[in-house]
Design a protein around this ligand. Structure first.
Ligand SMILES: Cc1cc2nc3c(=O)[nH]c(=O)nc-3n(C[C@H](O)[C@H](O)[C@H](O)COP(=O)(O)OP(=O)(O)OC[C@H]3O[C@@H](n4cnc5c(N)ncnc54)[C@H](O)[C@@H]3O)c2cc1C
Length: 416
């Protein structure tokens, strides 16, 4: 291959998405990743304690995540997601043992308003009409101001959904971001609301096929290759420094910086980025036997918020978990296992082999204030573009947002 090269820094979802978009057009791509593997915050790994390959954290997608689906199609992994045929979200209250299901189809609102059986336990018809407030949510409004906080629908549906999407408590999470997701899912019908998970694991769906696709088209992957500095001159990046002095770029070469916000700000002085983060804690537990036909369940009244089961591994997620992430792993494991055992009706079973994964900077804090600090993909340098779930995509920090950010950066490269 000849022609200008795009250097992509970071092989998370944003960098991989930029690389896939570029290489499809015949563009030359070199991917530089500081870790020994691709995937960033969305990856699988073999865990010794469990003797299983697990994901760093449970990831849920929705049918309406159109960029994610297009990406999977590009890399030949479109059949690697699974989920219920209908847009059904099942919930369990661990304190009261009440169960309810929210089905997000065209009948969602009429059923809830006109029939008690169609409503979340304890909710009132008027609570549902508050959903329309999301459409007009201003940039300063929080989810709780918009949809709650004093009603059962908020506590039993909006709050768990919004903390899962924004990884930020509803009391401080930006309603405008939840609004964008709802416009692309809830307001587009059942297929767009279908919850989906990776059948075998995140890397099997999003990472390994992408690496194969890219390498098969001549991309050069350089793992364990941390970018340490940008050599800037004449309003462009003139060289990249990976620790052994700046390597000069050719005239037409471009750079996509797809690294976390503090790293981008360190490399590009003066860049304003979100500076607050929220943790996600996941507990993975190996069960005595496989559970078939169970995919995921929303929990309330306990510590865990969402429970996923794949084969004989139950994984429970706690988002916006900064305080919990400070606790020691043994105590977290005990508390989360109590929720899992109750939810799966296992009785008093001793703590099985487990792994606690703390992602202390899982996403930036998706508050109205931090939202304003998200930069666009263009920088002041003509051959440098930004990608990342923290850039100004208008979407929450999700796989969908990352993939779109990578595509935006790739489009700008191609226009350069
Ligand atoms: C536990 C957890 C649960 C989540 N749940 C969901 C979910 O349910 N649904 C959903 O859609 N999203 C979810 N997300 C969010 C999703 O994982 C992220 O939005 C996405 O993975 C971010 O990708 P990224 O490429 O923007 O960033 P990253 O994944 O952070 O990628 C940045 C990459 O840059 C590399 N890097 C850093 N510095 C350098 C350097 N100097 N040189 C070279 N490389 C460097 C890093 O090693 C990393 O690989 C979750 C995230 C976590 C952590």
């Amino acid at each position: 291959m000849t022609g200008p090269i795009t250097h992509i820094i970071g092989a998370g979802m944003s960098g991989l998405s930029a690389a896939v978009s570029l290489i499809k057009t015949g563009h030359r791509v070199v991917v530089h990743e500081s870790a020994g593997h691709a995937g960033g915050r969305c990856r699988s790994f073999h865990d010794e304690a469990l003797g299983r390959r697990i994901d760093n954290g449970n990831h849920l997608l929705l049918g309406g995540n159109r960029a994610a689906h297009a990406y999977l199609k590009d890399i030949g992994a479109e059949a690697s997601l699974t989920g219920p045929e209908r847009a059904e979200f099942h919930f369990l209250d661990l304190k009261t043992a009440e169960r309810w299901t929210v089905t997000l189809d065209a009948g969602f609102l009429p059923k809830a308003v006109f029939s008690k059986a169609g409503r979340v336990p304890g909710s009132r018809p008027l609570d549902y009409l508050k959903a329309f407030r999301l459409a007009w949510a201003g940039g300063e409004t929080t989810v709780a101001q918009c949809l709650g906080p004093d009603n059962a629908l908020f506590r039993r549906f909006w709050e768990p959904i919004s903390v899962a999407i924004l990884n930020t408590a509803a009391q401080e999470g930006a309603a405008s971001l939840l609004s964008t997701v709802m416009r692309e899912t809830l307001f587009r019908g059942q297929a767009a609301c279908r919850p989906l998970i990776a059948k075998r694991g995140l890397s099997d769906s999003f990472v390994d096929p992408a690496v194969r696709f890219l390498e098969g088209r001549g991309a050069d992957f350089r793992l364990n290759n941390r970018l340490r500095g940008l050599n800037i001159g004449d309003a462009r990046v003139a060289g990249l420094d990976f620790g052994d002095g700046p390597a000069a770029l050719d005239d037409g070469d471009t750079v996509v910086l797809a690294v976390p916000p503090p790293v981008a700000a360190g490399l590009l002085p003066g860049l304003e980025v979100p500076g607050e983060f929220r943790a996600i804690v996941n507990g993975h537990f190996r069960l005595e036997r496989k559970i078939e036909g169970f995919s995921f369940l929303g929990l309330s009244g306990g510590l865990g918020q969402w429970l996923f089961v794949r084969g004989d591994v139950a994984s429970v997620t706690v988002s916006a978990a900064d305080d919990l992430a400070e606790e020691d792993n043994a105590s977290i494991a005990g508390r989360l296992w109590a929720d899992v055992a109750l939810a799966l009706g296992l009785g008093a079973v001793p703590l099985p082999p487990h792994r606690i994964v703390k992602e202390k900077r899982a996403t930036f804090a998706q508050t109205p204030e931090q939202e304003k600090r998200r930069p666009g993909a263009r920088t002041g340098l003509k051959n440098l573009f930004l990608a990342g779930d923290w850039t100004a995509t208008g979407l929450p920090a999700t796989i969908e947002g990352s993939i779109r950010s990578g595509r935006t950066a790739a489009d700008l490269v191609l226009k350069t």
